[in-house]
Design a protein around this ligand. Structure first.
Ligand code: TMP
Length: 211
């Protein structure tokens, strides 16, 4: 089925500020008259919340490939339950993380072949790929300092790991410069929001506006 909505994802390392920006972007777009669904990957479905607990708080070691497959399962459920129906209704979907996170975290940083994850991940989501992805780019030291102490398994993987994640996102942006825009995440949150909102607004088709 052809989708009519517009799909935006926000990506970045821990402490990049993407969750704040996703929330504020959704609110800003609503104020401008768009119909918006805000979701988070993993999360926003019952399976996603359950798998999130396992992925972030399990005491047992998980291999990077096991992690990727669990992230895929959570994502597929999110696509089917929330994203695809919203896009079919012509709504704007703002999603906190998506496919690129698996390639950067489990691939570039975790050691699973990024090309394999790229292909497998695209098979999982099918036609539901973002129209626009914004990467909030901050050095790993800055992101981790913003967090303070690590709260979960993945946050606790160390600075070198998160620097590889950051490089992964930048590599993906070079490969798909039309879809993925890298934004300097060290700017003040209000400056960032203004810039991101204008970027999104310029690309949104008029048909997505509230009549
Ligand atoms: P969040 O707290 O930013 O929502 O992300 C949850 C954690 O899961 C974060 O450490 C990044 C990690 N993650 C992956 O490792 N692979 C993925 O595919 C996704 C979506 C998140």
């Amino acid at each position: 089925m052809a989708t009519r909505g517009f799909f935006i994802t926000l990506e970045g390392i821990e402490g990049s500020g993407k969750t704040t920006q996703a929330r504020r972007l959704a609110a800003a777009l609503r104020r401008r008259g768009y119909r918006v669904v805000l979701v988070r990957d993993p999360g926003s479905t019952s399976l996603g919340r359950g798998l999130r607990r396992v992925l972030l708080h399990s005491r047992q070691a998980l291999s990077p490939l096991s992690e990727a497959l669990l992230f895929f399962a959570a994502r597929l459920q999110l696509v089917e339950e929330q994203i695809r129906p919203a896009l079919a209704r012509g709504w704007v979907v703002v999603c906190d993380r998506f496919h690129d996170s698996t390639v950067a975290y489990q691939g570039d940083a975790g050691g699973v072949d990024p090309a394999w994850l790229e292909q497998a991940g695209r098979r999982v989501v099918g036609t539901i790929m973002p129209n626009l992805t914004i990467v909030l780019d901050v050095p790993a030291g800055v992101g981790l300092a913003r967090l303070g102490e690590a709260h979960d398994r993945i946050e606790g993987k160390g600075r070198a790991f998160h620097e590889r994640v950051r490089k992964g996102f930048r590599r993906l942006a070079r490969r798909e410069p039309k879809r993925i825009i890298v934004v300097d995440g060290t700017q003040p949150a209000s400056t960032l929001l203004e810039y991101i909102t204008s970027l999104v607004h310029a690309r949104l088709p008029r048909q997505n506006r509230r009549r």
